[in-house]
Each structure stands twice: as C-alpha cells, then as structure tokens.
Design a protein around this ligand. Sequence first.
Ligand code: C2E
Ligand code: CA
Ligand code: CA
Length: 701
Amino acid sequence: MLTSTYNLSLVLCSFLVAILASYTALDMAGRISTAQGRAAHWWLAGGACAMGLGIWSMHFIGMLAFSLPVPVGYDPTITALSLLIAIASSAFALWLVSQQTLPWSRLAIGALLMGPAIAGMHYTGMAAMRMTPGIQYEPRLFDLSLAIAVVASGAALWIAFHLRRQSAHVRLFRAGAAVVMGAAIVGMHYTGMAAAQFPLGSICGAARTGVNADWLAVVIIIVTLAVLAIALIISVLDLRMEARTSVLASSLAEANEELTYLALHDSLTKLPNRALLKDRLGQAMQAADRNNSRFALMFLDLDGFKAVNDAFGHHIGDMLLTEVAERIRSNVRGEDTIARVGGDEFVLLAGIGDPADAATLADKLLGLIQQPVTVAGHELRVSTSIGIAIYPGNGAHQHELLTNADVAMYHAKAMGRDTYCFFETPMNANVHEQLQLVQDLHSAIAQRQLILHYQPKFDAPAGPVVGAEALLRWQHPVRGLISPDQFIPIAEKTGLIVPIGEWVLDEACRQMREWRDAGHTSWTIAVNLSPLQFSHANLIQTVRDTLARHDLEPRCLTLEITESTAMRDVEASLAILLQLHEMGVRIAIDDFGTGYSSLLYLKRLPATELKIDRGFVRDLANDTEDAAIVSAIVALGQTLNLSIVAEGVETSDQQNFLTRLGCDTLQGFLLGRPVSADRFIETVSTVLTASPADAEAVQAG
Ligand code: C2E
Ligand code: CA
Ligand code: CA
C-alpha cells in the first residue's frame, strides 16, 4: 500500500471551512423560513449554492491536504459532478428544515437521504482521481463514514430546524451548533479518507490533466470564503431590512387599530359610541331571537348636569361625565354594553332573565349615580332618569327600541327625576300628543288662549301683600287649563318662548298699571324669564319699551331668573343684569340653592332678591339638612343685603320657622294660591282682614 501524508494547515483550513459552511447553512435555513413568496425561493437557491459550495470545498481542501508519493490530479468532470451532488443535497436539506413541522419520521427519512448524498459526494470526489488500480476501501471504516454522514445529517437537520427562528441568542447558538456540525462533516470526510487504501504501484489517471494542487487549494479557499461571506452579509442586511419593514408594518397595524377604536368610541369617556352601540344592539337582537332570550335597553339621562356645566364650566362638566361613565362601566357585567350617545346621555344594553332584573339593575344605577362626585375640590351631585325598553316586546327594530327607551326616560323625568320607568305602549300616544301641543302652541297667543295668574307675596309672617308673581297658564280649547311645567319646556325648545315671554311681560305690566291706578302703589309685579329670553338680544329694549308703554316706573317690576340661568355664562349674564339694574328694574334669583353659585360671583350680581327654592321649604320640618341650608341662605342673603323670599310655604310651621330665620317675604299656598287677577283682589282683601288660618280656609274653599 502507498503511504499517504496530510498537510496539517490545509486540514485545519478544511475544518474552518466546514464550520463556516455549517453556520451559513443554519443562517440560510432561518432566512428561508421567515422570507415570503418568491423571496423564499431565491433564498433557497442561493443558500443551497453557498452551502453546497462550502461543504464541497471543505471536502476538496481535505483532498488537497492529502498527498501520495505519486503525482495526483483530479478529473474536472467528475469533480464538477461531486459539487453538483453537494448543492443538490444542500437544497434538499434547506427545503426540509423550512417546512412548518419536522416530525421524527420526516427527520429520519431526511437523514437517510442526505447522509448517503454527502458520502456520495465524497466518494465521487475520490473517484475523480481516476486511480488504477482502483482505490480499495476498508469495509468497516467505509460503513463508519456512512454512519457518521447519516447521524451528522440527522443532527444537522434537527439543529437547523430548531434554530431557524430569530430569538435572543440565536447567533451564539448557531455558532456553537456550526462547530459541532463542522466537526461531524470533517469526521465523516477523514473517516472516509482513512478507509481508502491505495495499492502499491497505483497511478492517478487524472494526474496529467490536473492543475497544481497548492494553487488550486488557495483559489478554492478564497472563492469559498468569499461566497460564504457574501451570503452571510446579504442575509444580515436583508434581515435588518425585514426587521425595519416589520416595525413599519406593525406600527401601521397599530395606527389602523387606533383609528377603528376612535371611530367606535367616545373620545371623552372611552365608552362605545352610537355606531358601536348600533352594532351591538343588532347582535343582541339576533342572539335574543336565536336563543329565545331577553335583554333590556336602558336610556339614561343625567339630571342636574346642565347646572354643573353652567356653574363650573365644561372642563369640570367633562370630568364629572368621565367619573359617572367609569362608575357605570365598572358596575355592569363585561358582556353588557354601556355607550355614550349624547352630552349627558348613556345607553346600557344588558342581558336579563326577567324584567325584574332590569328593575334591580336600574335601581343599582340610580344609587351609583346619586353618590356625590368630588371633582377638582367641588362636591357635585347629579342623579339620573332611566327609561327601560325590553326586547322582545318593546320594539321590533333598533330605532323603535331606542325611541321607546327614550320615551320611557322622559316619563321618568316627568315623574320627578332620579327614577326609572319601563316603557308602556300608551306612552307613544304621549309623543303624538306632544307634537299636537307644539302645533297648538303656535296659535295660542293669537287666539288669546294664554292667561296670567297672580300669586301674592307677603311681608313675613302674614302680610301685608307686597306684590305678586305673574304665572302663566294656557287655557287650551280641548284640554282645559295647562300648567306652565307642561308647555314652557316645549316653548323653550321651539323658540316660541320669546314671543310668549314678551306677551307675559306686557300683560303683567298692563295689570300692574291697573292695580296702581286702583291705589296699590307699593306693590311690585314679578315676571319669570326663561333662559332663552334672558339671552335674547332684544331683552333690554323690550323691557324698556314695555315699561314705557304702560307708564310704569322700573322699580315696580321684578324680573326672576333662575340661579342656573344666571350661572350659565357668568360674564354675559352680568352684563345683561347690570343694564337692567341701571335701568332700575329689580332682579330676583329664583330657585336659589339648586344650582352651584359661587359666593364670589353672587357678590358681583346686582340682584335685589333671593328666592329660596321651594324644595328646601317643603322638607324643612323633617329634614335638618334642609333647615341648615335655609338658614345658611338667609344668613348669606342678609350679608349681601338681599331681600330673602321663601316660596312654597304650605304650613304655618314653615311660616313660623322661616319668619324666625329672618326671611323677609313669604309666598305659598298657605297664604295665597296663584289666581286670576279678579280673584287676586278678592283674596288679598280677605287676607288683609283675616288671620292666616282663615286665609287657608278661604283658599281651600
Ligand atoms: P317658579 O318660578 O318657581 O314659580 C313658582 C311655582 O310654585 C308656581 O308653579 C306656583 O304655582 C308654585 N307654588 C307656589 N306656592 C306653592 C306652594 O305653597 N306649594 C307648591 N307645591 N307649589 C307652589 P307654576 O305656576 O306651575 O309654575 C311653574 C314654573 O313655571 C315656575 O316656577 C316658572 O319657572 C315657570 N313659569 C311660570 N310662568 C312663567 C312665565 O310667564 N314665563 C316663564 N319663562 N316661566 C314661567
Ligand atoms: Ca319664579
Ligand atoms: Ca321658584
């Protein structure tokens, strides 16, 4: 046998190339599995070439490191064939590890195909020497080299598959794995070389045509390293680009998500908006139809929210809304929908078993919203009115269901607020009635259906009469006498309040003129102004003209505006009130105590009178809190030099208590109900000559 020797530095080189080729293979496997579409094919093709070339050149450098005592060369065609085998088996390996899964069976088949392929490359490469006589292979070492090739291929496939995803230390793992894989490839090669035995007298058939081995080694090493390096660099650059693209794509996805969220949610409270509610309502109706189940649609409208907004501004109003929204949201079930559908309007969609469940839920909501809210140091209180519609039953379509819940909510308001009301069919009749009422109101002035009643105001405790408050009534041809609570809100909404208000002012002044002419020169007449009238540009001129028309001194007229009207736009209100004050007209702040006046502002108001809201007076006897509020208001009024009027006095206990507290003027059913001008004179003369108890008897009779 010929004795062979190895060039150690070339052996080392072959080992390094094997490691680098393994690393490239692992990297390519990662690229192929993350690339998409055609890019994946390109990566597979390029990766297979780089990796195949790497493995092959490892093998070839290993061959070059080997020398025999006879001249040696390599047949180019057979060598090229061995390169082709290397590239083809690399392509197969890369394709295999870029699949979604790699079950054990597939791994085994892969290893059984790849191992022989690599061995095939090796032994084809050996055949390129064209030795005569042929190379003899030692069977056990030959089998061992084949076994190493199969096991190394299996291990390489498994590692490549598991390291293909980008993760924290993937490069480090790959480097380690590349060393192990490189060692396996080199092991296979040199085991195969060790198996080869060259009989004495062998000649290499390719020696003459072959190229100088040392030069060939240098060229192959350089080319291989260059190809592997370029492949790795492109891979890293591409990965960076892909990472950037994926960042862009994910921020685009986020922006899209945000846009969808904004389109379906209220920006202030973050609750679903009307659009999302409609969607959920549609789903709830379908689910209820399918499962024979029920749900409640509740329409919530806050009571007293406007007053907060007027007194403290939108900023505080917004914070209050946010807090109320959060309270509701955190107290209903996750699967229920609570949406904000208007300024202070919310809609709750809740699955229920029985209508009684809706009542329980509504009760809970009332309780929640009643709790005071502290916003920016102010303790605010609002309540809510709830209308409930049940599906199925109270409407077949979304629109109908919502309208009916809304109608029921108006009923809750009419029942005195802070309560809930289930929808009932006759309520719809009311809606039509309201529309009819608007129609009728248009012609009410022209048809002389409006009249004024007058309620006397008394010097505390029981007289003399100091004046009267004019209170509007509508003598409806079909429905009889309608009270202002029933039509003033409509007049306000439709703007009709402006001409109606002008009529009231004119009529009240005409009456006052008549009374003055009859000798009641100390009386004053009080006229209520609605918010819309108060902010109407013509107000000052109208008042001036009306007084002039009836030849009345301004001090005979008191204009009553509610506390919340005065607070709506503080500076604008002040400007108007100052003009009225300069004219000499008296100003009363009506329903005092229900709004949120600030003391500072109250000091600047040119008011002459404070009217304590009749709500406080009503509960005086059994509610110590109300008593405390009334005495505080009286004390406040006295400091500010305002005349204090208590309205709604119904019992002599209230009369005595209010007098003791220091109220200047009393007004109420006990002393005199609102009556027509004719009866007013009758009543007043009776009161003037009788005790309060008799007066009550007169009123009742
Ligand atoms: P207001 O200005 O607070 O008027 C007092 C209301 O209390 C009147 O109701 C009166 O009848 C009622 N009242 C008087 N004494 C008692 C009492 O002892 N017990 C009880 N429970 N109630 C008493 P009315 O006439 O129904 O008026 C309701 C509201 O309608 C008025 O409240 C006022 O805000 C508005 N209003 C009435 N007339 C006019 C008007 O001409 N123009 C405007 N803009 N609003 C008006
Ligand atoms: Ca009033
Ligand atoms: Ca009042």
